[in-house]
Design a protein around this ligand. Sequence first.
Ligand code: ARG
Length: 576
Amino acid sequence: MNIQAILSDKISTAMLAAGAPADSDALVRQSAKAQFGDYQANGVMGAAKKLGMPPRQLAEQILNHLDLDGIASKVEIAGPGFINIFLEPSWVEKHVEEALASQRLGLAPVKAETIVIDYSAPNVAKQMHVGHLRSTIIGDAAARTQEFIGHRVIRANHVGDWGTQFGMLIAYLEKVQNENANDMALADLEEFYREAKKHYDEDEEFAVRARGYVVKLQSGDEYCREMWRKLVDITMKQNQETYKRLNVTLTEDDVMGESLYNSMLPGIVADLKAKGLAVESEGATVVFLDEFKNKEGEPMGVIVQKKDGGFLYTTTDIACAKYRYETLHADRSLYYIDSRQHQHLMQAWTIVRKAGYIPETMALEHHMFGMMLGKDGKPFKTRTGGTVRLSDLLDEAVERAQVLIREKNPDMPEEELLNVANVVGIGAVKYADLSKNRTTDYIFDWDNMLAFEGNTAPYMQYAYTRVASIFKKANLTQADLTLPISLQDPREIALATRLLQFEETILTVARDGTPHVMCAYLYELAGLFSSFYEHCPILSTEDEAVRQSRLKLAALTQKTLKTGLDTLGIETVERM
Ligand code: ARG
């Protein structure tokens, strides 16, 4: 049930009938205040301006053509020419019943698109750190959201599994294997990488061997391939543990690392040259782009192949976009990568478009995000200034949640407590990230994210348990509710209307890749439920019809909270 779309459609039709220009937009929005109705059309002023007509006069003509019979109980013109729409409670009732009966909260079917979602993308032989956390969490919410709507989602984990560093990593793995019978040193990837680098910098013989391995690896040497594979596998096994802890849906099958595109790269460079887009410049192959200027104000040169024949991160991303069109048949490709890589992506995609590798109809979208900052407003670091390991961060989250949950539930059995603490702790870290507008930096603050008040995971999870407990207390399920919904109290109407706005919320999140919009919706929904619950007794009501109607509202609230949190990858428990 997409109320916004239904009203937009009706009002646009009436606008045209009233003589508004064909390209007028009705601009239907949810009203900010109850006195302005449930929805507001803000497009009349713009249309009137184009016609050179007083807006209120146009608004009146639009109302003459507007047919909202059965949908709206009142439509009025306000201020300079806004149209305020008040929904008809019986219409809301009908659609709440439908949503309750539906498996998908009443969502209309969509024309399924193939959507590639590029997220997480850690680097081989490196520990995943907090920098990869945002991509993983936000990208996974996007994947869940698109799937719930009915799209075909291809998760693409663009792992950094290629580059000249592999020579040194292979040489070091070899050394470790020779010295220890097992690969223990790989348990700590960060340490492994540091040691490899140290040897490379300090031991000339080692460095020569490492450089030799780069060449051999690139030419497909069996031994080097095998060592490389080992490094990739060990890294991804460890990352898989993290995904599991985070309740992230990525699997090992979703790995589409940089190396996947290797075989495409020579052909692409040759093609860019043949098309006159790439030229030789000081031994390298470069694409000069008018769209980007360097410091001197000249077209910026983007290197696609180095002097020594090596390819670059940009070349890979050109191939990657092409592959997602040609092989994966994507309609949209969404990239969850931090904002510092924006220019890199724009350059790669400008080249992709110029070379005609993908049609205009396929969307390439950078859903970028800012940095995670410490309380001091500086990039998030350990107390000693190192990068924070993701696993340490998650351990701390769960520990802190344990303390809180134990305090609130001194009698909870230990096993249940550990589970609740896990769900709350991990949920808190994820929700703190998801609830902020992703485009800006945000401050990582334990106390805020674990608070039981405000737009936090614990608050939302607790709100869910409260609704769930009503049914448990009454020993009822949804199937026991056979009488119709009847909305009387204004709080019932407000809650019911908000419940019906789930579809327009999730469609917005899917379009813009903005999970914070879902968080804000769920938070408001929980608030409306609270005031409904406070003023409209449910189980203590004598009148069976009222009781059942209210129980139905509670049931749909429970389903909506659960589904909404699920699209965010946030788990719930039955009590906490
Ligand atoms: N591995 C890269 C990094 O850690 C991110 C890759 C993002 N995806 C892409 N298609 N470039 O910075």
